[in-house]
Ligand binder design. Structure first.
Ligand code: 13P
Length: 253
């Protein structure tokens, strides 16, 4: 596949800074980033700078899990894209379903965050995905189209270089219930089609669309065999060195 595979570990609120640093050291020692693959880890804010120092020269990149849309200002408790870049981040996750459902993030806010990430020279990982109720009502593609188009509002084709879309069906997150490769491929192909309509087929072919939701060493190879699945956003299985390394070193089946 011509697209560079992206495998990102979203650590959510699991590793305090000291543990994050120790874990990152073990990861760097244990893992050689395979050719044609890009590995990213996303610790919590307080661990970012210290983990960035550990990752130097390792080939593993750093991501943040969230960002405020403003460049700076009186926003107590918030963190800007510029601060994340300064801390050593290359990517920022925006629109994760845990932020949509738990913190009231709307498509409009997520779009402002994504635009801020791009403006600061970082790469967004835009998460989109339907709930179980939406899937059962056969609304999946409608929801995906809405979240994708709203999330990418006012984003020019050039800005999409390096941007990543993560399809994360909400019902598959942390449940052990992975989308089948066929279910995931159907949505990924749809997303690529939408991107093609927006940015042209050639550009859409270059944009990475990764899958997230109960990815583990046992299902990664099958998911990656699908033609529009360009990597994974991994939660639970990314917070252990062994399982994350196995996922990174998957073989397509
Ligand atoms: P799990 O891999 O634990 O299902 O989490 C997926 C996720 O939310 C990644 O962002």
């Amino acid at each position: 596949m011509s697209r560079f595979t992206l495998i990102a570990g979203n650590w959510k609120m699991f590793k305090p800074p000291r543990e994050a640093v120790q874990f990152s050291r073990r990861l760097v020692e244990a893992m050689e980033v395979p050719k044609g693959r890009e590995v990213v880890i996303a610790p919590a804010f307080p661990a970012l700078a210290a983990v960035a120092a550990v990752l130097q020269g390792s080939g593993i990149s750093l991501a943040a899990q969230n960002v405020h849309p403003a460049p700076r200002g009186a926003f107590t408790g918030e963190v800007s894209a510029e601060m994340l870049r300064d801390a050593g981040c290359r990517y920022v996750i925006v629109g994760h379903s845990e932020r949509r459902s738990g913190f009231g993030e709307t498509d409009e806010l997520i779009n402002r965050k994504l635009v801020a990430v791009l403006a600061s020279g970082l790469k967004p990982i835009l998460c989109i995905g339907e709930t179980l109720a939406e899937r059962e009502r056969e609304k999946t593609l409608e929801i995906i189209a809405r979240q994708l188009n709203a999330g990418l509002k006012n984003v020019a084709p050039d800005d999409m270089e390096g941007a990543v879309i993560a399809y994360e069906p909400v019902w598959a997150i942390g449940t052990g219930k992975t989308a089948t490769p066929g279910q995931a491929q159907e949505v990924h192909a749809f997303i690529r089609g939408e991107l093609g309509g927006k940015y042209g087929t050639a550009a859409a072919r270059r944009i990475r669309i990764v899958y997230g939701g109960s990815v583990n060493p046992g299902n990664m190879g099958q998911l990656m065999a699908e033609k529009d699945i360009d990597g994974a956003l991994v939660g639970g299985a990314s917070i252990e060195v062994a399982s994350f390394s196995q996922i990174v070193n998957y073989a397509e089946v």
